[in-house]
Structures are given as C-alpha cells and as structure tokens.
Write a protein that binds this ligand. Structure first.
Ligand SMILES: Cc1ncc(COP(=O)(O)O)c(C=O)c1O
Length: 433
C-alpha cells in the first residue's frame, strides 16, 4: 500500500484519489503525512470508513459531537428548518431560531451576560471578543487600553487576532512576527508567587490592557492543562481590581465538558465576555457565539454611528445552525448529560490510572469528560495515530498528549475499549522507545 498522502491509494474510491490531489489538509505536512482515512458515514460514537472498518470515536470530532453523531432530534430540527429557510442575511433581518437561541444561551449565564453576537467559527468569536474589548475602552475614552493578556499554553484559534493571544509556540508567533499584534502572554498562575507576578505586571501596565483571555479550568489544544476554580477566582479579582475585562473562552469547555454546563459556573464568577462554539450545535453545523455583558453592550450605544460594533460575518446566525443549536440545548435539557459526564469521569479515572505504571508516562489526569495521558519526550505522532487506527479506535494524540473527549452518550463498554486501547498503544510506544 502506498504510504504517503501525495501518492495514489489502491483500495479507496475514485473520488478519494482524484480529490486528494486538490485538497489542502489542516495541520498537515502534505509532503510526508500518511493519507487521511476516507469516511463514508457516522453514527452514535462510530465512524464508518469507506474500506469497511468501523472506528470507535474517542474525541467526538474535535470535541463537538457531544450527543454522538447523527442524533435524530438534531437532524429532524435541521430538516424542518431547511424546508422553511436555510439562510437569510442577519443585517436588518432576524429570525426565530437565532433570537430563541440567544435567549436560551444567556438564560444559563449570570443575568449581566445578556447579549449574543453570532459568528461561524470559534476563532471568529474570539476575534469579536477582542474587538468588543478594545472598542469598549475606545468608546469609553481610553483608546490606549488596547492590549490583551493571554497565557502560555492557551489556544484560542488560528485567525490573526486569536493567534496573537495563543501560546507563542502554538500560535506560531515567530513565523508571523510583525504580522500579528503584540500582546502580553503570561504564565498561567499556579502559585501565590505567579499571582503576585501578574499583579505586579498589572499595577504597572493595566492602563495599556483592555482584557485578559483564558480558557476556564482546562487549556485544551495547548496541552490539556487542568487547573482549579481558585485560579479563575483570583484572575477575576485581579481583572476587577485593575479594570480589565475578563474574556472566558468556553469553546472547548462549554456545554458540560468539564462537569458544569459552563465551566466557569463552578468558580461562581461572572466574566465580562464568553465565547462559545464546538458543542454548541452538537457537532453538526458551524456556529459560534460571543456573549457580552450589559455593561459592555451599553458602551456601544450612542447617537454617534462610529460607536457601533462594525462586524458582521455573512453567514452569522445561520438559521440551520441556530436550529441545530436549539435542538442540542433541548437534549441538554431532556437527557442526563451532567450525570453522564460524571460517570465518564469516574470511569476514565479508574481505567486510565494504570497508564501511570508505563515507563515514559509522566501524568494521567481527568476533569469532567476529558481524560489525558501525558507522555515524556519527543513523540512520533504518526506512529501513535496509526497504532490507534489498527486498534479500530479514533484517538488523535497531539504533541505528547494522548487524550479522550468522547461523546457524553458513549456506553461503558465503548469507553472501556478506548481506555484499554490507550493502555496497549502507550505500552507498545514505551517498549519501543
Ligand atoms: C478554546 C478554543 N478556542 C478557540 C478555538 C478555535 O475554534 P475554531 O477551530 O472553531 O475556529 C478552539 C479550537 O480548538 C478552542 O479549543
């Protein structure tokens, strides 16, 4: 069998080889990467490949498909919406699915967070959050308060503003130096000393800072780093003390992933802006939201047109996406998602713990429905990914992180298959190392 992406695959449908010549894949060295696996369909927690193999999905398509794939309720709501109106522009026009969704999303947040701006991807919702923060201060007469504080290990997306607040390695700051805005990237505080350092920085620089952005409780794509409520509380306090807006990026953590509907609930804090996406539509259609507090929204109200938020993605609030998101919220209301997350959490803790005995495993950690096995040293990711495929599971490690973020509807047995595959694959990695 041919090994690389740029060579013909023998046992694949014609569209695969023909189309592959014209596609550019994400995060992929197109010269050397092994070929992607062609998928024919998905259902529940299963991915059906064109060659007949069936994979159990451990990562729910980048954490989106929280109710499993092809959920009947979401599908039928999208289908009904499709018959009425697949799309209409959102400038000067509105529709029921979007307004209903805005009301429902904010009803689960503290009452001050009451305005929703829709977009089509997580990265864009972060761009909107950054723009809102900077313009909030401009509109209030502080145009120099325009820098953003981000954190090492943070990941907020791949567009330029979002990249500027990611970990410098993850955001490839060095490749794009001069093209992305310079921001302040700090160490995520773990100790009193770290907090003191941030406070010292703020006492000198708050007049230049519009906002701080952080992923609550788990830094996802930057390394699946987990931290406690207390850190969030302290960051909230610092932002309040130094008059800086707090943006919580819930794109990974929102919708029960960490064990609460929104991750920040457990810290009982109120952010100024929240970004949402990923599981918002239950993994069916793109949609993102930036939720702002009344205080921020009010700063954009003026007789002067220039005070308005000048942003408007063409497909914002797409009715099909909003219908999918409303259907997904129905499922959160009628099905026991938090209980399922709790059970997944317990099971992953029990079943992944044995990985700690494997030489080369430096940490095993679980929070909510996120389970992580962290490996030591340089890892050949393609080798690991191939081994998981051979086990008929879809687990896609990055850097030195092997992780599970399964659908909340996964059965105990399927989850055990995933955790035992991790044990086997990581053991064989350890032996050959
Ligand atoms: C916390 C966080 N923010 C933002 C993004 C970017 O979202 P998108 O890929 O939809 O642009 C991601 C994607 O992984 C994310 O995990």
């Amino acid at each position: 069998m041919n090994k690389y992406l740029n060579s013909n695959q023998t046992n694949c449908p014609a569209w695969f080889n023909e189309g592959l010549e014209h596609i550019w894949l994400p995060y992929t060295q197109m010269k050397t990467a092994p070929p992607p696996a062609p998928v024919s369909h998905t259902d529940g927690v299963r991915i059906f490949l064109e060659d007949g193999r069936i994979l159990i999905d451990g990562i729910a398509s980048w954490w989106t498909a929280c109710h499993g794939y092809n959920n009947r309720h979401i599908r039928s709501c999208i289908e009904s919406q499709l018959k009425k109106m697949p799309h209409v522009m959102f400038g000067g026009l509105v529709h029921q699915p979007a307004l209903k969704l805005a009301k429902r999303l904010t009803s689960k947040m503290p009452s001050s967070l009451n305005r929703v701006f829709f977009s089509e991807s997580g990265s864009v919702s972060v761009e909107v959050a950054l723009k809102m923060s900077i313009q909030y201060w401009v509109n209030n007469g502080y145009p120099k308060k325009n820098k953003i504080i981000g954190f090492l290990g943070g990941y907020h997306g791949d567009t330029f503003g979002a990249m500027s607040v990611c970990d410098p390695e993850e955001g490839m700051h060095k490749l794009f130096r001069g093209s992305i805005p310079d921001q302040y990237i700090m160490k995520l505080p773990q100790t009193n000393k770290d907090i003191e350092e941030i406070e010292f920085f703020l006492s000198n620089n708050a007049s230049k800072c519009a906002a701080m952005i952080v992923e609550p409780l788990i830094q996802g794509a930057g390394g699946m780093v987990m931290y406690d409520d207390e850190v969030l509380i302290r960051l909230r306090n610092l932002c309040s003390k130094y008059d800086i807006l707090l943006i919580l990026d819930e794109i990974f953590t929102g919708f029960c992933r960490t064990g609460n509907f929104y991750a920040f609930e457990s810290a009982e804090i109120t952010p100024d802006i929240v970004t949402l996406s990923k599981a918002l539509t239950g993994g069916t259609i793109p949609l993102a939201a930036t939720v702002a507090s009344k205080n921020i929204y009010d700063a954009f109200l003026s007789e002067n047109a220039e005070f308005a938020l000048m942003h408007g993605p063409t497909y914002m609030a797409n009715p099909l996406s909003c219908a999918a998101a409303n259907a997904s919220l129905d499922l959160f209301e009628i099905e026991p998602r938090l209980e399922q997350v709790y059970k997944i959490s317990l099971q992953m803790s029990e079943e992944l713990d044995c990985c700690l005995t494997i030489p080369g495993v430096v940490d095993v950690r679980v929070k909510g429905a996120v389970g992580v096995v962290e490996l030591e040293g340089e890892i050949r990711i393609d080798w690991l990914r191939e081994k998981f495929l051979q086990e008929l599971v879809w687990i896609r490690p990055f850097r030195n992180i092997v992780y599970l973020t399964p659908a909340f509807t996964i059965s105990e047995q399927d989850l055990s298959t995933l955790t035992s595959s991790i044990y086997r694959v990581v053991s064989s990695w350890s032996q050959k190392k």
